[in-house]
Design a binder for this molecule. Structure first.
Ligand code: SF4
Length: 394
């Protein structure tokens, strides 16, 4: 008898959650640009942009991106440089590269129509269970869960779940629960409502329980532990890495330009353009942000010479900057340097109308003199955009 009562309560809690959440969403949903259409390509773009990025930041990027690449074909056929430039500032550039690779496959294998079968969409590059669920439910109204951190937080609190959400098994369990909650015929609205609740009401810190549509049956609130949920083991903090950056202005024919290098074709920030920089050895890192300036400048000069045959004369420090990736934190100190020469046989390009030349080099050894036009045209990691803005080059 007791078991039946518990089951009944659980069923009531689920029914209450779904019904109240949808009612609330119908009245309170935000007017977001990607909600104005059911175009799966637009919804896909918005979901990729929204990963690790706030809605307010994404909106202008979304507008510009769909204006520039309005169709699957337009994005598939665009040069990668152009796509990265449109993404500049959003960070996590592998998202943009994967999106374009996946869209190319949609063009080639699915005639330009974003697939509506779970297996097919999930096989596309960069499309994980969350993105697949979001596109399938929002664009095609398929009853698929779209479980991200927001959703795991809301459901952990409402159903009083103490499982560690950093574990894949917890995510799988929550996905099963989320499927059970989807009301018939309203998968897209329900998933968006759940995301919306997590983003605006059931926030990570100090959830707004008193204005929450499901507060009446929220077990986390009733037990007074909403603030403590979800349980999540902490990821390792990013490892600090001190780096010395060379700011090198051109002279003579290159006056006003800055020496920029292209990163290798694979790995972190692949193929993006940046000021040349080197990682300082541990010994120098321990001495401060960029170690002692004398030693750091000596190291910078020797490393650029050894690795790229680039001879510069560091003059002195200009500024510090930081950028945090998921696993590394760059602590950059920028040094003004005087250009001396490139070793024989080394290429140093000044881009023409068609842009920097294609080369086979894949070691980060492609260097170009960039003027304002090139700096605006090619994609640079955000931290270098900030540095170049500070020195008035952008
Ligand atoms: S009542 Fe509070 S803890 Fe529960 S779902 Fe709503 S905002 Fe989150």
């Amino acid at each position: 008898m007791k078991g039946r009562t518990v089951n009944l309560e659980a069923t009531q809690a689920k029914t209450h959650f779904s019904a109240e959440l949808l009612k609330w969403y119908d009245v309170h949903k935000r007017d977001l640009p990607w909600r104005r259409s059911r175009n799966p390509y637009y919804i896909w773009i918005s979901e990729v942009m929204l990963q690790q990025t706030r809605v307010e930041t994404v909106i202008p990027y979304f507008h510009r991106f769909v204006e520039q690449f309005p169709t699957v074909e337009a994005l598939a056929d665009a040069p990668e440089e152009q796509v990265l430039k449109a993404w500049e500032g959003l960070g996590y550039y592998s998202r943009a590269r994967n999106l374009q690779a996946a869209v190319r496959e949609v063009k080639e294998s699915y005639g330009g129509r974003v697939p509506d079968a779970k297996e097919e969409i999930s096989s596309l590059k960069g499309v994980g269970p969350y993105t697949a669920g979001a596109v399938l439910s929002i664009a095609y109204n398929k009853p698929e869960p779209a479980v991200d951190g927001n959703v795991m937080r809301v459901l952990s609190r409402y159903f009083l779940l103490h499982d560690d959400i950093a574990k894949p098994s917890t995510r799988i369990g929550i996905e099963k629960l989320a499927v059970e909650l989807i009301p018939e015929g309203r998968a897209g609205d329900f998933n968006q409502a759940l995301m919306e609740l997590g983003a605006t009401v059931c926030t990570p810190k100090s959830p707004h329980c008193l204005t929450c549509p499901v507060m009446e049956m929220c077990a986390g609130r009733l037990e007074g532990v909403a603030d403590e949920l979800p349980v999540k083991t902490k990821a390792k903090p990013p490892r600090p890495e001190a780096r010395a950056v060379a700011y090198i202005e051109g002279v003579g024919a290159e006056a006003g330009r800055v020496l920029i290098r292209q990163r290798p074709k694979e790995g972190l920030l692949a193929r993006m353009w940046e000021l040349p920089h080197v990682q300082l050895p541990d010994m120098l890192q321990e001495e401060g942000a960029a170690g002692s300036d004398e030693a750091a400048m000596r190291f910078l000069r020797e490393k650029l010479q050894d690795e790229f045959g680039l001879t510069v004369e560091p003059i002195g420090p200009m500024m510090d900057a930081e950028h945090t990736f998921s696993h590394i934190q760059w602590k950059l100190r920028v040094y003004r340097c005087r250009f001396v020469e490139f070793a024989d046989g080394q290429a140093l390009f000044a881009p023409d109308e068609s842009g920097p030349p294609e080369t086979e080099r894949n070691d980060g050894g492609v260097f170009c003199w960039f003027g304002e036009r090139e700096l605006k045209r090619y994609a640079l990691p955000n931290v270098f955009v900030k540095i170049l803005k500070q020195v008035g080059k952008l």
